[in-house]
Design a protein around this ligand. Structure first.
Ligand code: TIU
Length: 228
């Protein structure tokens, strides 16, 4: 077992052989100008700022031999997996499926739906295309985690209070021990990120733990404790 002694709200213990990293939606559509996030009226620059931290977390996980799972929020070209309630909500500059500067917004296979090249999945890593905010809804994520023998999840990605938190709550309800990498997740709204971190670790880790990438790296590279 490994321990992140400084994890919040109390030390997080995990077995690397039963732990996976899941990186949520580090896609051009959320992080670059002209994508879905910008079309919703957001400043995308804070999301771009965490790319080096997510890259470092990916390196740590790969070096430690943890399975890496990437997700992409996107829909089929015919929008058959996009509920009208999702597409029609609000008044964005571009709706899901509309043609934008990075192709059709949040459509599988379009440039905007791709993961940033700096964070691209490596051969053999799992990529989950998800039509919802949570990564378990209408995907085969549960089957992948069962096959891998995963019991603990380290989460990162965007946005903290939408797709990351939804996925963390889905995972927590399914019995996974969840740790959110504080500096490898970001929101368009700084206050929402801070409050989400508070929410997940409140009430005795009601949803899970948080720790920094450095703390996670230290735990992954430390010698195994003699008592196991
Ligand atoms: N809008 C927003 O904050 N997020 C999303 O729509 N999707 C994800 O969080 N990936």
């Amino acid at each position: 077992m490994r321990e992140i002694a400084g994890a919040r709200p109390f030390p997080f213990r995990f077995d690397p052989a039963a732990t996976a990293l899941i990186v949520i939606d580090m896609q051009r559509d959320f992080i670059e100008e002209g994508g879905f996030g910008a079309a919703l009226g957001n400043d995308v620059r804070p999301l771009r700022a965490i790319v080096p931290d997510v890259a470092r977390l990916l390196s740590v996980a790969r070096a430690a031999g943890l399975p890496v799972i990437h997700t992409r929020e996107c829909h089929r070209p015919d929008l058959s997996d996009c509920p009208p309630a999702k597409r029609d909500r609000g008044a964005p500059a571009l709706r899901i499926g509309d043609a934008g500067p990075m192709g059709r917004v949040l459509i599988a296979g379009e440039p905007g739906a791709e993961i940033l090249p700096e964070l691209a999945p490596r051969p053999g890593e799992i990529v989950i295309d998800k039509p919802g905010k949570g990564a378990f809804h209408a995907t085969d994520l549960s089957a992948h985690l069962a096959r891998l023998g995963t019991r603990s999840l380290i989460l990162a990605g965007v946005t903290t209070e939408v797709c990351v938190q939804t996925t963390m709550r889905e995972a927590n309800d399914r019995g996974f021990e969840c740790l959110l990498a504080e500096d490898a997740t970001e929101s368009y709204f700084p206050a929402f990120k801070a409050t989400t971190l508070d929410m997940v670790r409140a009430q005795g880790a009601i949803v899970g733990w948080t720790a920094t990438v450095s703390e996670i790296a230290q735990a992954c590279t430390a010698p195994e404790a003699a008592h196991g």
